[in-house]
Design a protein around this ligand. Structure first.
Ligand SMILES: [Zn+2]
Length: 108
């Protein structure tokens, strides 16, 4: 199901855009149903742009935390072989996650 603009998005993204002189078109975004806007010859959906930006910022936060943990693990490798293997396996999982996240982030 499509997720239309929320009230918050209406008030904080669409309204200010209208006030800023962007032209509201009588076409709607096929993805979220928000009215499309035109500014400086460019047609765009402000809601989708906002959501993509927000998602990217969120993903960067996750990525940073994963990197931190990875560094932490890399800096504290245990001597014991069994422990070391557990450690490395955890690192491997984090790297896998990071790769998956990067793929998701590059989608838009
Ligand atoms: Zn949209």
């Amino acid at each position: 199901m499509k997720k239309g603009p929320t009230e918050w998005e209406m008030r904080n993204i669409i309204m200010p855009l209208m006030l800023s002189g962007a032209k509201m078109l009588d076409r709607h975004c096929p993805k979220c149903g928000s009215p499309l806007f035109e500014k400086d010859g460019r047609v765009f959906c402000p809601v989708c742009e906002y959501r993509a930006k927000k998602r990217k910022a969120e993903m960067q936060g996750v990525e940073e935390r994963l990197m931190e943990k990875l560094n932490e693990l890399a800096n504290s490798l245990p001597e014991d072989i069994d422990e070391l293997e557990k450690h490395l396996r955890a690192m491997e999982k984090i790297i896998e996650l990071l790769e998956r996240y990067r793929k998701l982030g590059g989608g838009e």
